[in-house]
Write a protein that binds this ligand. Structure first.
Ligand code: AMP
Ligand code: ZN
Length: 488
């Protein structure tokens, strides 16, 4: 087994990875909240953990990868206030909340497949584990770390902090955390400012509700991950991941809930991916700067110059370390698209390369450098730099400027298979598909230009006709202040 080092958020150090029961590894990643489409930022986190999952498998671990689906219990506010996101969307679309869950779960799976993410070993849902969550809430109450007020159960953060450290994941003291939280008002039910809901009493209009010892209600968001991770991976497991935005609240509360039950820290290695940003601002649903994967593939977003294939986008993500922020721009995507094409062309050249009797290159050393990069906290940008070195070698060998033996050529093929296809999860695009997508994007730019000109010239019958005929053809146009976007 390779010596693998990874950055552990909990200890704030790069540490050698030691599995609890090698070769088995338990990996839990917080999945999507399926009340709307996933944006590219969410995809960055899931693609990063897919790469991590793939590498663990590649170096010989047997990984049980659990990635949940949050399909209940997610309120709009971080502090147990506001509308239930599912109920709100269901009202808006005039459907049952479970229709919302189904629609966006299917959409999420389509996107994961487009990016060539491997399915997790288990994909549990919050609604499928209500009993486990109720049992866990009961246990936390029994251990004295939670209390019920009027059908809602709260976790008692200050009491917990007397025995354990509530701010351990973010390295903050309780006093600092309290300072950053607003005072309780007379209307608040909870005792402490930092207390959070484990179980929430249903309002008369709440559709997603379940019976519990505290009356009809639904689980708080954080309890689902504690209940499902312990069910499938045990009370203490190897790796827990998610985006950095989950550290301060969701993951901090997960640790508190599990530790309150078992008196043990539930996770040995906490891993967090950094954020995908647009002009330096985190991509998020609430900021309204979310690019949908579909808009990216077709180039239909007004701020995009063209469409990009899922593999070009995946390669774009691999060129930055998962722990650094990644800024999204047309230029960066175009550079990644070119880089990915160069890699794929070199792969084709490699298949027909003629062997020489002697070698001028040390391909074994290059392979080791690729492993060293991955063993250094999954450093994909360094790996990509080494892979571009293989491109140079392949092209030079093809031009007769250097020589490779058959063994070198076979090893280069292994490097491509292992690092590009199996570990980074890239795959060759069907040339026809990406060319058709490129052509469609250009045709749509042309049609929208003609329609805009018609609007400027006040030729509304023509602009309406274009819109209606596109609708008949299954293409929907949206006019925004940045311009017009389209989707199929
Ligand atoms: P959500 O569906 O909002 O719960 O998010 C699903 C996952 O995407 C979580 O692990 C988040 O931390 C992650 N995430 C959200 N926004 C971003 C972003 N801009 N960049 C990277 N990951 C993100
Ligand atoms: Zn979670």
């Amino acid at each position: 087994m390779q010596a693998l080092f990874l950055y552990n958020t909990l200890t704030r150090k790069k540490e050698e990875f030691k599995a609890i029961k090698p070769p088995f590894v338990g990996l839990y990643v917080c999945g999507p909240t399926v009340y709307s489409d996933v944006h590219l930022g969410n995809c960055r986190t899931f693609i990063s953990f897919d790469m991590i999952y793939r590498y663990l498998i590649h170096i010989g671990y047997k990984v049980r990868y659990v990635r949940n689906i949050t399909d209940a219990g997610h309120l709009e506010g971080d502090r147990d206030e506001g509308d239930d996101k599912f109920a709100k969307k269901a009202r808006l679309e005039q459907v049952d909340p479970m229709e919302i869950v189904q629609k966006y779960t299917v959409g999420f799976h389509d996107v994961m497949q487009a990016f060539n993410n491997m399915p997790p070993s288990i994909e549990p849902t919050a609604t499928g584990h209500i009993c486990e969550q109720i049992e866990m809430v009961k246990e936390i109450i029994e251990k004295g770390f939670a209390y019920e007020v009027n059908g809602t159960v709260y976790f008692d953060v200050e009491k917990y902090n007397k025995d354990f450290s509530y701010g351990q994941l973010t390295n903050r003291k309780l006093e600092e955390l309290l300072e950053g939280t607003r005072e309780l008002s007379g209307q608040d039910e909870k005792r402490g400012r930092l207390d959070f809901a484990l179980w929430i009493k249903a309002k008369p209009e709440t559709l997603m509700r379940w019976p519990s010892p505290w009356g009809w209600g639904f689980p708080g968001w954080h309890i689902e991950c504690s209940a499902m991770s312990s069910k499938y991976l045990g009370d203490v497991f190897d790796i827990h991941g998610g985006g950095m935005d989950l550290q301060a609240t969701h993951h901090t509360n997960e640790i508190a809930q599990s530790q309150a039950c078992n008196h043990k820290s539930p996770v040995n290695y906490w891993m967090h991916t950094n954020m995908l940003t647009v002009n330096g601002v985190r991509m998020s649903k609430s900021a309204g700067n979310g690019f949908l994967p579909g808009e990216l593939f077709t180039g239909s977003h007004p701020l995009l110059e063209k469409g990009y294939s899922p593999m070009a986008v995946r390669f774009f993500m691999m060129q930055t370390h998962y722990h650094s922020t990644l800024d999204f721009s047309n230029e960066a995507l175009q550079a990644s698209e070119k880089g990915f094409e160069r890699l794929m062309e070199a792969h084709s050249t490699l298949q027909n390369l003629k062997a020489s009797a002697t070698s001028t290159e040390d391909i074994k050393a290059l392979q080791q450098k690729c492993y060293d990069a991955m063993n250094d906290d999954f450093n994909t940008p360094v790996l990509v730099a080494h892979l571009f070195e293989t491109v140079r070698i392949i092209n030079s060998a093809n031009d007769g400027k250097l020589s490779l033996t058959q063994a070198d050529i076979d090893l280069l093929k292994t490097i491509y298979q292992n690092f590009i296809f199996d570990i980074m999860g890239l795959k060759k695009e069907e040339e026809g598909n990406s060319k058709a997508a490129g052509a469609l994007s250009k045709v749509m730019d042309l049609v929208l230009d003609i329609r805009n000109k018609a609007k400027v010239e006040k030729n509304f019958p023509l602009s309406d006709e274009i819109r209606n005929k596109l609708t008949d053809a299954g293409v929907q146009i949206k006019d925004t202040k940045e311009g017009s976007s389209w989707k199929i």
